[in-house]
Ligand binder design. Structure first.
Ligand SMILES: [Cu+2]
Length: 176
């Protein structure tokens, strides 16, 4: 048996409570829709929208050069501490299953241009406890202008499931 259409005149416009709830849902949808452009202009955690194409090899080379020239000699948990000069370009490469460099030391109230890219597949940049989230995509150098305003220790987590070692993929940003 095939599906038969309903009889003519089946539609009844919502009335009473049904009408109220449909109306409320519609108003909420419109508010949420308008919140997107509002937050884009008013929020302080937006992407700059600045991105370039880059090969994984080239990005890894830039990151290695950045680490070599800015490492302090100090180690935390066996990882080199990298302390770039304020106002400079800084690099963070994501790969299965670590961030490179693993420890970044930044100065409070200084701005940095943070370049992020992936060496293999999709990863995420989740800054905790701020809860800022960005995608790290291979082939693209995504630039964020970062100005830490609160001193402390922050954890960077990968928030895109990227395989068996995903849960171990963390790094640290120390703001002094
Ligand atoms: Cu990951």
């Amino acid at each position: 048996m095939s599906i038969t259409p309903p009889k003519d005149g089946w539609f009844e416009a919502p009335t009473g409570f049904e009408r109220t709830w449909v109306g409320l849902a519609l108003v909420w949808c419109l508010l949420m829709f308008l919140a997107m452009p509002y937050w884009h202009f008013k929020g302080k955690q937006n992407s700059t929208g600045e991105a370039y194409t880059v090969t994984p090899e080239a990005f890894l080379e830039r990151t290695n050069r950045f680490v070599e020239t800015n490492k302090t000699g100090e180690k935390i948990g066996g990882f080199d501490v990298v302390e770039p000069a304020p106002g400079t370009d800084i690099y963070l490469a994501a790969r299965m299953w670590s961030f490179h460099p693993a420890v970044l030391k930044l100065k409070k109230d200084s701005s940095y241009r943070l370049h992020m890219s992936s060496i293999d597949l999709n990863h995420g940049f989740s800054l905790q406890p701020m809860n800022m989230n960005f995608q790290i995509v291979p082939g693209y150098d995504h630039v964020l202008t970062l100005t830490p305003t609160v001193a402390g220790e922050y954890t960077v987590l990968c928030n895109e499931f990227c395989g068996i070692g995903h849960h171990m993929m963390t790094s640290r940003i120390i703001v002094e």
